[in-house]
Ligand binder design. Structure first.
Ligand code: SF4
Length: 346
């Protein structure tokens, strides 16, 4: 439970740590899978509900690793597309956001990996508030589980694209993805589990070596060093060349195609020079570019580029053989931008 408050309890443990705990308590192997099933498959709120476990074990667990479930502070539902945004209160009083995005048979849940964020991206409400703390694996799984529960259906996809930089909390994020992927847990296919990073090169290299086929998205937002340094100060020390190499190596090592996220901000990263740099960055890379109209955020005073500009970016990328999607806006009538709901309540 590196860097986590004691109150996170059992939700701070990853798979191997759960095994270690149960072994320390003298339990046979099958109890670990029972415990994982109760925590994340059934999603119980107390050890009392784990009816096939001995009472003495449940009492012991309560003492050594208490079990807390996040409580709902508030939620908003979009009247336009059914997107729902949630603010959860954790056991130590920190709060985090999740978003449920229904689409046909699919329910994608966007979850947070940290309370707050240290990366300081200029266009993001969370970035303006700074980092509070890392989240434990179970605190991430709970956001997905509780969001799906509110929709009354299972989550088919989950993406670490809420508050926080997932690779700044690497081990807990990976442990959470494994509980989400686990048959005893949320049973979501690995390819439907995505990590979205600011592009921390070390994290990308490490992620490439994980055995599961998790999906990767990289927030680029500018392929010009000076612009990127200004709008994403958390990765200021990192050269775009090394990010480019890491993305190419990731593709080679995994055979998978990551996405590049690019939020167009009027007057900041939507010039012709920015477009040329983006096209050059993507040339020859096996990537899929998502162009996103940036969410207007009061605190950040950013406004989105007009639709015509998005179309020009798309056309230029497509003409050089890069696959592009213009991301559909979701939840335009609610505080859907990362960090806005939390900010409004604090
Ligand atoms: S955009 Fe993501 S990485 Fe950047 S400050 Fe916001 S939460 Fe952190």
């Amino acid at each position: 439970m590196r860097g986590l408050p004691d109150s996170v309890g059992i939700k701070g443990l990853g798979g191997p740590e759960l095994e270690g705990l149960m072994s320390d308590l003298g339990q046979p192997g099958y109890r670990v899978s029972q415990l994982r099933g109760w925590l994340y498959g059934h999603g119980v709120d107390s050890y009392d509900e784990m009816t096939n476990m001995p009472t003495t074990l449940r009492e012991r667990l309560e003492l050594v690793a208490p079990l807390y479930t996040p409580t709902l502070v508030t939620s908003q539902t979009s009247a336009v597309d059914g997107t729902r945004k949630y603010l959860w209160r954790l056991a130590d009083g920190s709060s985090v956001e999740s978003v449920g995005l229904p689409s046909g048979d699919r329910l994608t849940v966007c979850f947070s990996t940290q309370a707050g964020c240290a990366m300081g991206c200029s266009f993001c409400a969370t970035g303006h508030g700074g980092l509070v703390r890392d989240l434990g694996p179970g605190e991430m799984v709970d956001q997905v589980r509780l969001t799906a529960q509110d929709f009354g259906r299972r989550a088919t996809n989950a993406v670490a694209m809420g508050q926080g930089e997932p690779f700044a909390n690497y081990e807990h994020t990976l442990a959470a993805l494994r509980f989400m992927n686990d048959k005893d847990g949320l049973n979501i296919g690995a390819r439907h589990l995505t990590v979205s990073t600011c592009g921390l090169v070390e994290g990308i290299r490490r992620f490439a070596e994980e055995p599961e086929q998790f999906t990767l998205a990289i927030s680029l937002h500018s392929a010009i060093q000076a612009t990127r340094d200004r709008i994403m100060p958390g990765v200021r020390g990192q050269r775009l060349e090394s990010l480019h190499t890491a993305i190419a190596d990731y593709g080679q090592a995994t055979g998978r195609r990551p996405s590049i996220e690019f939020a167009l901000i009027e007057g900041v990263n939507d010039s012709d020079d920015e477009l040329r740099a983006l096209v050059e960055f993507c040339r020859g890379l096996h990537v899929h570019v998502n162009l996103i109209p940036v969410n207007p955020v009061e605190v950040a005073r950013v406004s989105r580029s007009d639709v015509g500009r998005l179309v020009e970016f798309k056309r230029a990328l497509v003409s050089t053989g890069t696959e592009v999607t213009v991301r559909q806006e979701r939840g335009v009538d609610i505080d859907a931008a990362c960090g806005q709901l939390r900010q409004r309540h604090e």
